[in-house]
Design a protein around this ligand. Structure first.
Ligand code: TYD
Length: 225
């Protein structure tokens, strides 16, 4: 971590930074690194994940991930459960923390719904946008890091992990659609930075830190939030 520029936040408000990517992209390793880096620089950090992060959210997560449901969850049900968990987290944890100046790092957020429920399950983007607007309004991350890599590479990385959840049981084609939807959404959103997740962990870290630092450049639209 030596030699890294200090991430200075000029405003009293914290920053909301989310990590996204398909299975095996390396989100967990990167988010832990960024949390430690920001803490060492003196920031208060709140590390969260979606779905989950609240009492209700963790229960919803259990339903969403369980491979043992005797009746398949409809894509619409899946979407609404994702947003039920998300709005509870945003309104009771994330916004209050940001108002206290805390740096909030979240493992997955909104872009996952566009990628998984949109690309993966085939729900129309307009439906997702309508749900999003109804519950979150204009709230959005200050920065989203999308770790992108070929689906086969990510699947090979996670193949050794234990019991699979309902999403991990999906086929390669599902994850290819998820990846394509992620990239399509990223191309339209200026707060999403795509990082090549197939690079070495060191290179991924460098790209992520550079993206965080760019949040504080004087000509950046997000400076002084
Ligand atoms: P998790 O174990 O956290 O997955 P990962 O380690 O890959 O982040 O499980 C969350 C799963 O939920 C993951 O497969 C992606 C999926 N998901 C959606 O389909 N839509 C969403 O909006 C979110 C937040 C997650």
């Amino acid at each position: 971590m030596a030699g890294q520029a200090q991430i200075q936040n000029a405003s009293p408000r914290g920053l909301f930074i989310t990590l996204e990517g398909t299975e095996g992209a390396g989100k967990s390793t990167l988010i832990a690194y960024l949390a430690e880096m920001l803490q060492k620089q003196g920031h208060e950090v709140l590390l969260l994940r979606e779905p989950g992060g609240t009492e209700a959210g963790e229960k919803i997560r259990g339903i969403l991930k369980s491979p043992y449901l005797s009746e398949p969850l409809l894509p619409e049900t899946e979407l609404l459960l994702m947003y039920a968990s998300r709005v509870q987290l945003v309104k009771t944890r994330i916004i209050p923390a940001l108002e206290r100046g805390v740096m909030v790092l979240c493992d997955r957020h909104d872009l996952s719904s566009f990628a998984y429920q949109g690309g993966g399950r085939g729900l129309p983007l307009e439906t997702i946008k309508a749900v999003r607007r109804a519950v979150l309004g204009d709230f959005r991350p200050d920065l989203t890091l999308l770790l992108d890599l070929p689906v086969e590479v990510g699947m090979a990385r996670v193949s050794q992990r234990g019991a699979k959840d309902r999403f991990e049981l999906e086929k390669l084609d599902f994850f290819k659609r998820v990846r394509a939807a992620y990239l399509e959404a990223a191309a339209q959103l200026d707060y999403v930075k795509v990082i090549d997740g197939a690079q070495s962990p060191e290179q991924v870290r460098k790209a992520a830190v550079a993206a965080l630092e760019s949040l504080f450049l004087p000509d950046n639209a997000y400076n002084g939030l």
